[in-house]
Design a binder for this molecule. Structure first.
Ligand code: ACO
Length: 428
């Protein structure tokens, strides 16, 4: 069905712009020809700009819906597993039994790092943040797999995608082991993706470590919930970097760097730190008041989202996972979890948060679950990066093969000096 043109009237000129209709969501005004007519659109932070078209993920922020390839996140979190979700993001359909086995097998057989990478780890300070290490090591993989630069070759793209999905957990776990001064634990092919990650994180060569299946399932669910989220900052960074046909490992390193920030992937670490700082249920009111006071510069971490103006569907699943994990570990009375529930209740009833449509996001609860899994806070963003790698590579691949591909090159509203003449230093 064709959609009506948009009419822009400016300075006596009438410009007609076509509109486009997706399979779900609002129509968009196609402004691609506007530049040729002497105007650019101004939208810092992409508040109203679709930077690409994509078949992968759909979000309705007002209704609190998240679909991957049409499947609601609730169904995937309940019935799928992370690698199957990665397959879905990547291929567009759920795998049959054979495809699932082959995919899992490929991932587990690419999880070892090139042995020379050990020297890279050893070049870092012991206290290096795991995200700093991850950005570097993931980027450095480009040097180990130079053939991956041939992004036109579907085989090279596919093998790079498997390598990324398979090796990023090893990089993340080893960045932590290096912090601790413990020996690196090699991946185990007979374990599931989440079990293997827990094993690489918590095992040591001196004793047997068997991952708890309930906790491994909870971690796998965290991976599913973070796997993709359409054109968020880090995914857009990956697409932007990849738009020049840069090496895929370098592109994923760029996405990892973007995710590191506290307004994005760093939020669960900050949310947990905030709960610890609040310290007691009696002080929640004081912190809520600070968050409402614009002059304080303080925000309730784990609240608010650029797209969701309703409950983040992932937050509800994460709250449930939190119950399951704390029950399994006999930590029902965990003071941080109790405080989180109370803070959520108070904020959801507060006029300021209601009016601004600020709801808990996925990171509000994920920190509590990760902490209960014995994962240190410094690793929280690394785990987010590990999971988001599935979405990044799917989005990167979609961009590379999309017809009419263009390098990403935004324009600007220039507000600097007009032309002036250079004066030699002695005349200034
Ligand atoms: N606490 C208090 N006030 C808030 C909060 C918050 N957590 N979040 C937004 N607001 C207020 C802002 O002050 C602003 O008020 P104003 O309209 O009176 O100026 C209004 O709500 C809109 O906020 P913006 O920052 O303009 O919204 P934006 O969409 O740009 O930002 C963001 C979204 C960055 C997530 C923001 O809500 C925030 O900083 N939250 C805390 C950090 C966080 O939890 N990040 C995780 C994001 S989810 C993820 O990455 C998986």
């Amino acid at each position: 069905m064709s959609t009506p043109n948009a009419i822009l009237q400016i300075d006596g000129q009438t410009i007609e712009l076509p509109t486009m209709q997706g399979s779900l969501g609002p129509d968009v005004i196609d402004t691609r020809t506007l530049g040729g007519q002497g105007y650019f659109t101004y939208d810092p932070g992409f508040l109203s700009t679709a930077s690409c078209s994509s078949n992968i993920t759909y979000i309705d922020g007002d209704e609190g819906l998240l679909y991957h390839r049409g499947y609601p996140i609730e169904q995937l979190a309940e019935q799928s597993d992370f690698l199957e979700t990665a397959y879905l993001l990547w291929h567009g359909e759920l795998p049959n039994g054979d495809q699932k086995r082959d995919f899992d097998n490929m991932v587990s057989h690419h999880s070892m790092l090139h042995d020379q990478m050990l020297s890279l780890f050893k070049g870092f300070r012991r206290d290096a943040h795991p995200m700093a290490v991850m950005v570097s090591i993931i980027g450095a993989m480009a040097a180990f797999y130079p053939e991956s630069a041939d992004v036109d070759d579907p085989h090279q793209r596919e093998i790079s995608m498997f390598r990324l999905l398979a090796k990023v957990p090893t990089v993340a776990a080893w960045s932590y082991k290096y912090n601790k001064g413990e020996p690196f634990i090699y991946p185990q092919n007979h374990m599931s993706y989440a079990e293997n990650f827990l094993h690489m994180l918590h095992a040591n060569p001196c004793e047997t470590y068997t991952p708890n299946p309930v906790l491994a399932r909870a971690l796998d669910r965290i991976f599913i919930l973070h796997a993709d989220h359409e054109q968020n900052a880090s995914t857009s960074t990956v697409r932007m970097a990849g738009s020049s046909y840069a090496n895929p490992f370098a592109c994923i390193a760029a996405g990892t760097a973007c995710l590191w920030g506290p307004l994005h992937g760093g939020a669960n670490e900050s949310a947990l730190a905030m709960l610890a700082e609040i310290g007691d249920v009696s002080r929640i009111g004081e912190f809520v008041d600070r968050a409402k006071d614009k002059t304080s510069g303080f925000r309730l971490m784990g609240f608010g989202h650029r797209v969701y103006k309703n409950m983040d569907p992932r937050a509800a699943i994460m709250r449930q996972t939190c119950h399951e994990v704390l029950d399994e570990l006999g930590l029902h009375d965990d003071p941080l979890f109790k405080m989180a529930l109370k803070l959520e209740q108070i904020a959801l009833e507060d006029e300021y948060f209601i009016e601004k449509k600020l709801y808990p996001n996925v990171d509000f609860y994920s920190g509590i679950v990760l902490r209960a899994l014995g994962i240190p806070t410094s690793m929280f963003t690394a785990i987010f990066a590990l999971a988001r790698t599935a979405g990044w590579i799917a989005q990167w691949n979609e961009m590379i093969v999309s017809p009419g591909h263009k390098i990403a090159r935004p324009r600007q509203l220039y507000t600097g000096s007009q032309r002036r003449e250079f004066a030699p230093v002695e005349q200034r």
